[in-house]
Design a protein around this ligand. Structure first.
Ligand SMILES: [Zn+2]
Length: 286
């Protein structure tokens, strides 16, 4: 199977029809490679926005796409996706992060009513693959394409950044540096119902300690010095979306605040714990 690395540019516009902002795709850029990563074909196309009448100044300066050129030469979303489907059919689609996939879903939904992406049969999140290969996976912060290129010492011309085609090529350069045919296979997903559920799932912080998803057996702390379980002195309170309570070590008598963050993700709940030392407890007579 061929691999198609896709990158999109979009422009946010308010739609009176659906009463919210839509990130209208304004450019498709892609490169098709075989499974040895040799380039077979390329794709680049401007898409004329239908909701927005003008590029936002932010997008215009980020992409250097010329407003007049876009409206004169851009194809309709329907034509662009038909041509891209022809280009990408029977290929594994790669994007850097899932925001391009979510934007495609939104645009198909808006323009054609499709809730899925017709040309998407197999998918790989190149960002996820590079993060794991580079040991840079951090659920709290995603690796940007430019940062990844910097880590891999890939030179890129600032001028060319943030155009769909040049970003697709930069993604390919990153892929080449970490590519291992055997390992890569594990990052390919079939674009089935579970895939769509996962990609549209919104992570959220659990802020109600009585939520049935909260595993109460996890609500404890260990003294950093003595490695034994601390006594809980106060009930958990919610502070900045985290659970916080006071603890005391039964051995060294050290008091500290224990903070627990619980984040609900598609795969389950992620728990993070951190301790903060208190001011020494005030002496009192009672
Ligand atoms: Zn202790």
């Amino acid at each position: 199977m061929d691999i198609v690395i896709l990158d999109l540019e979009w422009n946010g516009s308010y739609s009176k029809k659906v009463h919210h902002y839509v990130n209208e795709i304004i450019e498709f850029g892609a490169v098709k490679v075989d499974n040895e990563l040799n380039i077979k074909d390329t794709f680049s196309m401007l898409v004329k926005p239908e909701i927005g009448k003008k590029l936002s100044s932010h997008i215009a300066s980020l992409t250097h796409i010329d407003n007049d050129e876009l409206f004169k030469k851009g194809e309709s979303f329907k034509t662009a996706t038909e041509k891209f489907t022809e280009f990408a059919k029977n290929s594994i689609i790669l994007t850097w992060g899932t925001s391009d996939i979510l934007t495609l879903m939104d645009n198909y939904n808006y323009y054609t009513g499709d809730s899925e992406i017709p040309f998407l049969k197999y998918y790989c999140n190149l960002q996820e693959y590079c993060e794991y290969e580079l040991g840079a996976h951090n659920p709290a912060s995603q690796l940007g394409l430019q940062n990844c290129a910097d880590m891999l010492n890939i030179k890129s011309d600032e001028q060319d950044l943030h155009r769909a085609y040049t970003d697709a090529i930069l993604s390919l350069k990153c892929l080449k540096m970490v590519y291992d045919k055997g390992k890569f296979k594990k990052y390919i997903y079939k674009a089935d119902d579970e895939f769509y559920n996962k990609v549209t799932f919104k992570n959220k912080q659990i802020t109600d300690i009585n939520n049935p998803l909260v595993d109460r057996s996890q609500l404890y702390f260990i003294c950093d010095d003595c490695q034994i379980r601390a006594e809980q002195l106060t009930h958990f309170k919610v502070k900045n979306k985290n659970f916080v309570a006071k603890f005391r070590c039964p051995k060294c008598r050290k008091q500290f605040n224990g903070r627990i963050s619980m984040r609900l993700k598609f795969d389950g709940i992620t728990i993070k714990k951190k301790t903060f030392l208190n001011e020494p407890p005030k002496l009192s007579d009672d």
